[in-house]
Design a protein around this ligand. Sequence first.
Ligand code: MG
Length: 379
Amino acid sequence: MVAAGKGERAGGLVPKQFQPLLGQPVLRRSVWAFAEVPEIGAIQIVTAEGLEPQTEEAVRGIACLPFALGGETRQESVCNGLEALAPHAPEFVLVHDAARPLVSPDLIRRVMTALEAGATAAIPVLALADTIKRKEPENWTSVSRCGGLYRAQTPQGFRFDALLAAHRAHASESVTDDMAIAERAGLPITPVAGDETNLKITTEEDFAYAARLLRGVMSEFRTGQGFDAHRFARGDHVWLCGVQIAHDAGLEGHSDADAGLHALTDAILGAIGAGDIGRHFPPTEEKWRDAPSSLFLAEAARLVAEANGAIVHCDVTLVCERPKITPHREAMRARVAEILRIGIDRVSVKATTTDGLGFTGRGEGLAAQAVATVRLPPD
Ligand code: MG
């Protein structure tokens, strides 16, 4: 996985492989695509020197070999990755650009199948449908009349020993991809069908297009619900939906007793089938005493990210006579959006009373319920 580029062309303050695409770094999506294919034995990431912590963070929870470090050029970076693998050389290697996060398991398998059938170099290609023009100093030339033009994609698959030898032999020549190295080494090329959706992200527009494509792929929606209640006790403030509100009572609880965030955390955990808040943060554990409940909610969001999902929307209803919620509602929405790292338009906070009925009506405590919708890739 070649992730050592600086990615200046896509704009932004961080290299494009670390920029989020529907809430996940591009690199994570690329690596995940391979991690999901059981036939892939190991993943060797090549990252740039100094970017190891960001790389670590991006692929947290996915099993990868210790990172190799990139060189001045893509070619050098790939070569460094191959040298890192050499001591326990695999039979085959697939070289993939981290900037292609939409690579499908089908394409990965097509390349592997070609190698297993005896190919030395299996390259995904697509025939050019557009007519191609070259801008000359004085005028334009149409080159497509020549025909036979293709776009090459990654992952490009090789017999490992053949590719390593080719890189070592042609290290001084500058080429654009591994197929070009294979050509120079005289390796036979086996074309496999590429994939139109296997977009290489280069510009800002590519990010928007990739997000549109990805939304089509992440077709599974799941909904979770949560409920929580806490008793009023002595105190001068309560925490609700991450906002501190002055009040003539406090709320009893092991953590900060933020029933709103607790109900929402349970809703998100419910949507991804990840148990409940008590399982992740047992009230019997001393370390969660007086803990800010934003920690719990952030962990639920992290688990969604780990499942390669995205939180689409959440809706919290607070049930109490007092304190009055309306003056704090926008601050609550903003805080929840901040913790979940989603847009405020995806967060709803509502309040109701129970018309004097029950424990909330008598002012003995307050309750909260929440619903969360999560988008996941299909199985
Ligand atoms: Mg609670």
